[in-house]
Design a protein around this ligand. Structure first.
Ligand SMILES: O=P(O)(O)OC[C@@]1(O)O[C@H](CO)[C@@H](O)[C@@H]1O
Length: 589
């Protein structure tokens, strides 16, 4: 095998031995495999500290202390959380929900989020700004104008995003104002060391500087290793979940320290992290029910239908977040999987407000759904309601009944912390005969405040919904052949990292040299047999083209594996769209 040596590959880009046959598993098998991956995320044991190890717990405590100090003096102090794609969406959710909790507790909001590509990236994939460190730095600079002290959390699961590196670099140059924390899931030595266009540093250079600042007690690095992703490189899954666990734990404990004035120690942190382990078990104890959702969702995509999530509050936002990542990961159409939130932008509570005018993909309220889509909703589509309490049933019934008239599968996922009342359950299963009821574990003690307790329940519930939605969208895309072994074989080349990932996938699956794989990818990207003139083009130009050009990796794979021209490969894919079948068909010709 000519693929790059595993030990030099970041964990976040490695192929997970647990999932190498996920593409040929049945729906229950897929969910069971994802269960073992999520257990692995919490258990760690990759020869580097994991989520629950001492050094991680200590770093969390350090961050809690700093953030609690900022919460005490919110006037000219600020917490900034920032990232690209899922990392930025998790930052958004953490910042907005923490602010809400602070206000409910009689305090002032003190958190802001940044996401590469701005607020439109909350709903759609905007990958290119991830490659721009200067953009990152200038957006951070703007966000902190007038602030005296800033705790900055830069999230990049792979320790790979230049946008975040640019911000960390800015923090390191202004340590009198900033205390930076780098959050990611690789050891520092595996940070990305590729050249960055129009910048004189690599991400790794900045991470090394961060390491030095950490030794001087001026910065933090929080980088537990959670193991390779279930779908290779898909950091929306374990990476996104681990990000959520860490951000929620840090912010809730900081709020507890501030609001309830209670001491937070290692035991408190461990109890919180333990609750997430219990949550994973509660979720997957419903693996049979979840696999029914996966099956229906997969059948929808197979029939060229759609998967729609509907939710109230942050439950609805979890659906939107899950949907947003399907486009770059699986090369799917942005309308294939969509999320709708009751109340639209008022519920989203994003900094830029209503984005309706950006186009149909930004119309996210239930009303928008009824106006734009309900009329053409049909029996190949799937509807999944996401609920955070049985009390929300009344709000969902009317829309659910309307949808049922179209003959579609209308399903629901409900998380509940109270023992579920039998009568409520009867009405629930009348409206949603196909549902997943997640009985959540007790929340860790969160002092005396009811607001704090309610917030802790919500954060755990969102985590549970994330796991279910990730199972649904991953499983459904596996069912339509978008995964080969455990590789995303229709990934879109939308940024620098994805360009090199595409090459690695082709190299690995067609067992060829890196050079051959690069030629195959360029050939597929530009639809040409002669790639000699493309050798000197900047990766950013390949990315620009890759953002518009579909099926690059499948075409490149067929070119490399079967020595086809891009034209022949595209023809083959028209006849046999499932890549594994297309290769076998070519070999058997
Ligand atoms: O900077 P990170 O967090 O390593 O990676 C961010 C990213 O490139 O990867 C994710 C999916 O793999 C996307 O959500 C996002 O665009």
């Amino acid at each position: 095998m000519m693929a790059a040596a595993t030990s030099t590959l970041p964990f976040t880009e490695r192929s997970n031995p647990l999932t190498q046959n996920i593409d040929v598993a049945d729906c229950k098998g897929i969910v069971d495999i994802l269960h073992s991956c999520d257990e692995e995320m919490l258990a760690g044991s990759f020869q580097f500290p994991g989520l629950q190890d001492d050094s991680t717990v200590r770093t969390i405590l350090g961050a809690v202390d700093h953030i609690a100090a900022i919460m005490q003096e919110p006037e000219d102090h600020l917490v900034v959380m920032s990232g690209c794609g899922t990392s930025g969406r998790m930052a958004f959710l953490a910042a907005t929900t923490c602010n809400r909790l602070l206000i409910q507790s009689g305090r002032k909001a003190c958190c802001v989020y940044l996401i590469a590509g701005g607020d439109r990236a909350l709903l759609t994939s905007q990958e290119a700004p991830e490659d721009d460190p200067l953009l990152g730095a200038s957006e951070l600079q703007q966000a902190v104008t007038g602030k005296k002290k800033v705790f900055y959390i830069g999230i990049t699961c792979g320790l790979s995003a230049p946008y975040v590196a640019g911000q960390l670099d800015y923090c390191l140059q202004h340590l009198e104002t900033f205390t930076p924390l780098l959050m990611g899931f690789n050891p520092v030595q595996l940070a990305r060391d590729h050249g960055i266009e129009k910048w004189d540093k690599t991400v790794k250079d900045v991470v090394v500087e961060m390491e030095q600042a950490t030794k001087d007690n001026k910065a933090f690095i929080l980088n537990p290793v959670v193991g390779p992703e279930p779908i290779t490189g898909s950091t929306r899954m374990k990476g996104g979940s681990a990000t959520k666990i860490l951000l929620d734990t840090i912010l809730l404990l900081a709020a507890q320290k501030t609001v309830d004035q209670c001491a937070i120690n290692e035991h408190t942190v461990r109890t919180f992290l333990g609750a997430y382990s219990q949550c994973v078990e509660s979720v997957y104890s419903k693996a049979d029910d979840i696999s029914c959702l996966v099956s229906n969702a997969g059948k929808s995509l197979q029939a060229s239908g759609h998967i729609y999530y509907f939710g109230l509050g942050t439950a609805g936002i979890m659906g939107c977040i899950d949907a947003s990542e399907c486009v770059p990961t699986y090369g799917s159409d942005p309308t294939d999987v969509r999320g709708f939130v009751r109340g639209g932008y008022d519920t989203l509570n994003n900094a830029a407000g209503c984005l309706d005018n950006l186009g149909p993909l930004y119309r996210l309220s239930w009303k928008n759904f009824c106006d734009d889509i309900l009329g053409r909703f049909n029996s190949s589509d799937s509807a999944i309601f996401l609920l955070s309490s049985p009390d929300e049933l009344g709000d969902c019934t009317e829309l659910a009944e309307q949808l049922k008239k179209t003959g579609v599968h209308v399903m629901a996922v409900l998380y509940n912390f109270q023992p579920t009342d039998a009568k409520v359950m009867v009405s629930f299963s009348t409206v949603f005969p196909q549902s997943v009821l997640l009985q959540m574990p007790p929340v860790p003690a969160t002092g005396g405040s009811t607001a704090l307790r309610a917030a802790a329940c919500r954060r755990l519930g969102e985590f549970a919904l994330k796991l279910v939605c990730n199972s649904v969208s991953t499983g459904a895309h596996i069912m339509v052949g978008k995964v080969f072994q455990n590789f995303m074989v229709d990934v879109q080349i939308r940024n620098n990292k994805l360009f090199y990932r595409a090459i690695r996938i082709v190299q690995h699956l067609s067992d060829c040299s890196q050079d051959t794989a690069t030629r195959a990818v360029l050939s597929a990207l530009y639809d040409t047999d002669d790639v000699t003139s493309l050798a000197d083009i900047n990766v950013s130009q390949h990315v620009e083209r890759g953002t518009k050009q579909g099926k690059v990796v499948p075409v490149a794979l067929l070119c490399a594996a079967l020595q086809l021209s891009p034209r022949q490969a595209r023809q083959q894919l028209m006849v046999t769209p499932v890549i594994r079948h297309a290769i076998l068909a070519g070999i058997n010709k």
